[in-house]
Write a new protein. Structure first.
Lengths: 305, 97
């Protein structure tokens, strides 16, 4: 357990030391950034974090502001404040070399925002079920957060969630109520600093975007490959928005291969690489009927009873 | 970092109790009696995030012989949520032997 003071907040941070001898280039660090509202660092600690440590990577996980056991300030939830936290934490932890960023859902948006503003400090970005911060994203995310907060005022919601998704999910949602009802997160997200599209088009950092084929976000893959010059996408069949915790045995090796080798292949000719992406394939159409019920963008949404 | 000289279950249970108090110091944790059957989440009302802090604290006490992240990775989420003090103690004792 590490409590780290940075920027006036106390962060809950967990680190795993890479096992075995470091590679020729020295010990590399993987930073894992979790999603919004119901999420915290356990989504990684209980799933893929040990995979990276066993493969020799130092691993950093932290609860983002307002989440888990990190301070929950009443205000201050614009995207640039989340990515600013990441910069402060890496400074405080003394992580010097370029890091591999992994971001799940909203965590991926934070990771991309950080990479755009600190490209020299990032070796690669891997996002799972995520998208960059755009005007459309800010509107959608703010609406989802406000909608979830509204639904949770209905006393029938929590029992319904427990019955439908289980006791653990209901605990996570109950926990998220402190953030949704006690802070200005929905308004703040809407007021986020949104980067110009031109900035994304010149992002020199390699990006892998993983989607659950059943998720609403899976349709973003083609657009994202067109926007980012060094981007590959991958769809995991049979899964939706919760693909990371839903199938860590599939996602773990995918993440590890990217950090080891995959990202290196994307720093070359972007045109050629644009053709080598993995398509979700023909199944995408037929899977559209069986969409994940969780609203895209929330780690585990607060569905309508 | 300190390592117990002998591996006995009583001592491990006492260490778990100490780690619990260290982790939950700033939370409203009532000093309820802890037995092997006590479940961290259901009985002590810990959040799953606190299980991470707890085992991280225990790792600081027992060192590299215990590898909780790898152990958690071998468990289903439902098993982690249902974890009892006895199961955690058994894992630690098993690793120290």
């Amino acid at each position: 357990m590490t409590r780290l003071d940075a920027g006036g907040l106390r962060f809950n941070v967990e680190r795993l030391d890479g096992q075995g001898a470091p590679g020729a280039g020295g010990r590399e660090t993987v930073v894992l950034v979790h999603g919004i509202a119901t999420d915290n660092l356990t989504s990684y600690y209980f799933t893929v974090a040990p995979v990276f440590a066993a493969a020799g990577y130092d691993v950093v996980m932290y609860d983002q502001r307002g989440h888990g056991r990190t301070t929950r300030p009443p205000h201050g939830y614009r995207i640039e404040q989340f990515s600013g936290d990441l910069a402060l934490l890496l400074d405080e932890l003394g992580v010097a070399g370029p890091v591999h960023l992994v971001g799940n859902s909203f965590g991926g948006t934070v990771a991309l925002d950080y990479a755009l503003h600190h490209p020299g400090r990032v070796a690669s970005v891997l996002i799972v079920e995520s998208e960059p911060p755009t005007e459309a994203w800010a509107r959608k995310m703010s609406g989802l957060l406000a909608g979830s907060a509204y639904q949770l005022h209905d006393e029938r919601t929590l029992p319904w969630i427990e019955e439908t998704y289980g006791r653990h999910e209901a605990r996570l949602v109950r926990w998220s109520m402190r953030l949704l009802h006690g802070t200005s997160i929905a308004e703040d997200i809407a007021a986020s600093r949104i980067p110009d599209e031109a900035a994304w088009r010149s992002l020199a950092v390699p990006v892998l975007a993983v989607y659950g084929a059943n998720s609403d976000l899976a349709d973003m893959a083609g657009w994202l490959r067109g926007l980012l010059p060094h981007c590959r996408t991958h769809a995991v069949q049979g899964h939706g928005h919760s693909v990371l915790v839903g199938t860590p045995e599939t996602v773990g090796p995918l993440l590890l291969e990217w950090v080891r080798e995959g990202h290196k292949q994307l720093i070359g000719d972007p045109v050629e690489l644009g053709e080598s992406h993995e398509e979700p394939g023909e199944r995408q159409e037929e899977l559209r009927e069986g969409r994940d019920p969780a609203p895209a963008g929330l780690h585990a949404g607060v569905p309508t009873p | 970092m300190t390592s117990p000289a002998t591996v006995d279950e009583e001592a491990v249970l006492a260490e778990i109790g100490g780690a619990l108090r260290a982790v939950l110091d700033d939370l409203e944790f009532e000093d309820v009696p802890i037995t092997r059957e006590t479940r961290f989440v259901e009985d002590l009302d810990l959040e799953s995030i606190d299980l991470v802090s707890l085992t991280s604290e225990l790792r600081a006490r027992y060192g590299d012989q215990v590898d909780f992240p790898a152990w958690f990775a071998s468990l289903e989420l439902s098993e982690i949520i249902g974890l009892t003090v006895g199961q955690l103690a058994d894992y630690i004792v098993g690793r120290l032997r």
